[in-house]
Design a protein around this ligand. Structure first.
Ligand SMILES: [Zn+2]
Length: 321
């Protein structure tokens, strides 16, 4: 097996990472989806095969901890070397159908941050764009009337690039304006999927399987764009809804999109704390230490397509911070 061979090559790197890990660093990884197989429209997402070798590698060479235990041990200075947490944002159905069995196979725990407004048949706006562009049968998508321009859609790579360009153009617009654009794009396509996100039942089973569930707002807004009342409502209502559904108290929160000063502001961290969360994660690149703010813990996205690079990336990141 090529994977086994590659993993054996990684042993020296794991030893190196061990030395770095003595500095009591915590690497919190972000995933969104675990696809059935590679998807040309979503090159940044892992599929089951890649997620399997990544989890196998983490289970073998790292100390994967549940987030609650890792943060407690970080505070107590008892973090083991090579400490890693696995997190998922948004609440995709494949977190249950694909990620859960693989996590269970390697006896790993993860935290899933759920945007509760999309459970049971919802679809996030960026997925509407991606799926609509996927379905386009013409050589280009003319959004001139909407003021966005014309996008090439002949090939798979053009479709992927066009969808990402559209997402980038409209991501930070006001909600009503963005929604208007998304509706125009959605109208160009039929058969948009309604099964991308978790059902409430799947989420309950995910939780009952020993996985941690965290808050991620109701509608996944860019909090920095909202007024205080709406921000607090998004944070609080998501927490209350998930706590009633699951019968637990939510401890952890992830900021939607997650870039400090762009997607959320300093006051949001305060409001998340006031809502009763004990820690929160951003998408700021980095490694958490005892000195990190518990309400703004950095994370890291693994994107490398093969084990050696994946491992080196983790080691280099640990060394950098
Ligand atoms: Zn998110």
């Amino acid at each position: 097996m090529i994977e086994t061979f590659l993993l054996s090559l990684l042993q020296p790197f794991a030893t190196l990472a061990s030395g770095i890990g003595n500095q009591k660093k915590l690497l919190i990884m972000i995933y969104h989806r675990v696809l059935d197989e590679p998807d040309f429209m979503r090159p940044g997402e892992v599929d089951k095969a890649a997620f399997t070798w990544q989890m196998q590698l983490l289970a073998k060479h790292f100390n994967v901890l549940p987030l609650a235990e890792a943060l407690e041990r970080m505070q107590n200075n008892t973090l083991p070397p090579r400490a890693v947490c696995i997190t998922f944002d948004d609440g995709y159905a494949d977190n249950y159908t694909n990620a859960l069995p693989i996590l269970q196979r390697f006896d790993l725990k993860a935290t899933f941050f759920i945007a509760s407004g999309f459970l049971d048949g919802g679809r996030m706006w960026n997925d509407t764009v991606i799926e609509a562009v996927r379905n386009i049968t013409t050589a280009s998508l003319d959004l001139n009337k909407a003021g966005l321009g014309v996008f090439e859609t002949s090939t798979h790579s053009q479709k992927c690039q066009s969808a990402q360009e559209i997402i980038k153009k409209i991501k930070h617009l006001d909600l009503s304006e963005r929604t208007r654009y998304v509706e125009v794009i959605a109208a160009k396509s039929q058969d948009l999927p309604n099964d991308l996100m978790l059902t409430s039942e799947q989420l309950k089973e995910l939780h009952q399987s020993g996985m941690e569930i965290g808050g991620h707002t109701v509608n996944h807004p860019i909090l920095a764009k909202l007024d205080e009342t709406t921000s607090k409502r998004e944070i609080k209502e998501n927490k209350i809804f998930l706590e009633e559904l699951l019968g637990v108290t939510l401890q952890f929160f992830a900021y939607p999109n997650g870039k400090p000063e762009i997607d959320y502001l300093r006051q949001h961290a305060e409001w998340v704390k006031q809502a009763g969360f004990s820690a929160a994660v951003s998408t700021q690149w980095g490694v958490a230490t005892k000195d990190s703010s518990l309400m703004e813990l950095p994370r890291f996205t693994p994107w490398d397509g093969e084990p050696l690079k994946f491992m080196l990336r983790i080691i280099m990141l640990s060394a950098k911070f």
